[in-house]
Design a protein. Structure first.
Length: 109
Protein backbone atom coordinates (compact mmCIF):
# COMPACT_ATOMS: atom_id res chain seq x y z
CA UNK A 1 0.00 0.00 0.00
CA UNK A 2 1.47 3.36 -1.00
CA UNK A 3 1.46 6.47 1.13
CA UNK A 4 -0.55 9.55 0.19
CA UNK A 5 1.55 12.64 0.97
CA UNK A 6 -1.32 14.98 0.07
CA UNK A 7 -3.68 13.35 2.57
CA UNK A 8 -0.91 13.26 5.17
CA UNK A 9 -0.42 17.01 4.83
CA UNK A 10 -4.18 17.62 4.95
CA UNK A 11 -4.40 15.69 8.22
CA UNK A 12 -1.40 17.56 9.67
CA UNK A 13 -3.07 20.88 8.87
CA UNK A 14 -6.43 19.76 10.25
CA UNK A 15 -5.00 18.30 13.47
CA UNK A 16 -2.66 21.24 14.08
CA UNK A 17 -0.02 21.26 16.78
CA UNK A 18 -2.09 19.89 19.67
CA UNK A 19 -0.12 18.46 22.58
CA UNK A 20 0.44 14.72 22.46
CA UNK A 21 0.10 14.44 18.67
CA UNK A 22 2.62 12.20 16.91
CA UNK A 23 3.11 10.26 13.71
CA UNK A 24 4.63 6.98 12.60
CA UNK A 25 4.62 4.67 9.61
CA UNK A 26 1.90 2.05 10.01
CA UNK A 27 -0.85 0.27 8.04
CA UNK A 28 1.12 0.80 4.82
CA UNK A 29 0.78 4.56 5.26
CA UNK A 30 1.16 7.19 7.94
CA UNK A 31 -0.57 6.87 11.32
CA UNK A 32 -1.37 9.77 13.62
CA UNK A 33 -1.38 9.18 17.36
CA UNK A 34 -2.72 11.18 20.29
CA UNK A 35 -1.02 10.53 23.62
CA UNK A 36 0.27 7.24 22.20
CA UNK A 37 -3.17 6.04 21.05
CA UNK A 38 -3.97 5.54 17.37
CA UNK A 39 -6.19 8.31 16.05
CA UNK A 40 -6.28 8.18 12.26
CA UNK A 41 -4.20 7.31 9.24
CA UNK A 42 -3.46 8.25 5.67
CA UNK A 43 -2.76 5.83 2.86
CA UNK A 44 -3.37 5.73 -0.86
CA UNK A 45 -6.73 3.94 -0.51
CA UNK A 46 -8.20 6.47 1.91
CA UNK A 47 -8.29 8.06 5.31
CA UNK A 48 -8.45 5.66 8.25
CA UNK A 49 -10.40 6.83 11.29
CA UNK A 50 -10.55 5.22 14.73
CA UNK A 51 -13.93 5.88 16.31
CA UNK A 52 -13.96 3.02 18.80
CA UNK A 53 -15.99 -0.18 18.89
CA UNK A 54 -19.69 0.65 18.80
CA UNK A 55 -19.09 4.29 17.83
CA UNK A 56 -18.76 3.81 14.07
CA UNK A 57 -22.38 3.23 12.97
CA UNK A 58 -23.05 6.86 12.08
CA UNK A 59 -19.89 6.99 9.96
CA UNK A 60 -20.64 3.72 8.16
CA UNK A 61 -24.00 5.19 7.14
CA UNK A 62 -22.19 7.86 5.08
CA UNK A 63 -21.65 7.13 1.37
CA UNK A 64 -17.95 6.54 0.76
CA UNK A 65 -17.20 5.25 4.26
CA UNK A 66 -16.62 1.52 4.79
CA UNK A 67 -15.45 -0.78 7.55
CA UNK A 68 -11.66 -0.97 7.73
CA UNK A 69 -10.32 -4.43 6.99
CA UNK A 70 -7.06 -6.06 8.01
CA UNK A 71 -6.78 -8.75 5.38
CA UNK A 72 -10.27 -10.24 5.53
CA UNK A 73 -10.87 -9.35 9.17
CA UNK A 74 -13.19 -6.44 9.99
CA UNK A 75 -11.58 -3.88 12.29
CA UNK A 76 -14.58 -2.85 14.39
CA UNK A 77 -14.35 0.75 15.52
CA UNK A 78 -12.23 1.70 12.50
CA UNK A 79 -13.54 3.06 9.18
CA UNK A 80 -11.97 4.01 5.87
CA UNK A 81 -13.14 7.12 4.01
CA UNK A 82 -12.66 7.67 0.29
CA UNK A 83 -11.26 10.85 -1.25
CA UNK A 84 -14.80 12.13 -1.87
CA UNK A 85 -15.43 12.01 1.87
CA UNK A 86 -12.13 13.33 3.24
CA UNK A 87 -12.08 15.95 0.48
CA UNK A 88 -15.27 17.42 1.95
CA UNK A 89 -14.20 19.81 4.74
CA UNK A 90 -17.35 19.24 6.81
CA UNK A 91 -17.26 15.43 6.59
CA UNK A 92 -13.51 15.28 7.24
CA UNK A 93 -13.90 17.48 10.32
CA UNK A 94 -16.83 15.40 11.58
CA UNK A 95 -14.83 12.18 11.26
CA UNK A 96 -11.76 13.70 12.88
CA UNK A 97 -13.83 15.15 15.71
CA UNK A 98 -15.20 11.66 16.38
CA UNK A 99 -11.69 10.19 16.34
CA UNK A 100 -10.38 12.91 18.66
CA UNK A 101 -13.24 12.41 21.10
CA UNK A 102 -12.53 8.69 21.25
CA UNK A 103 -8.74 9.06 21.56
CA UNK A 104 -9.13 11.69 24.29
CA UNK A 105 -11.29 9.26 26.28
CA UNK A 106 -8.43 6.75 26.45
CA UNK A 107 -5.61 6.75 28.99
CA UNK A 108 -2.29 7.89 27.52
CA UNK A 109 0.40 5.34 26.77
Amino acid sequence: MARDPGLEELLREELGDRPGLGEKSMFGGRAFMLNGNLLCGARSDGMLIRLGRGNDGWALALPGVIQMLSGERAMHGWVRATADVYGDDVLRRRLLDGALAYAESLPGK
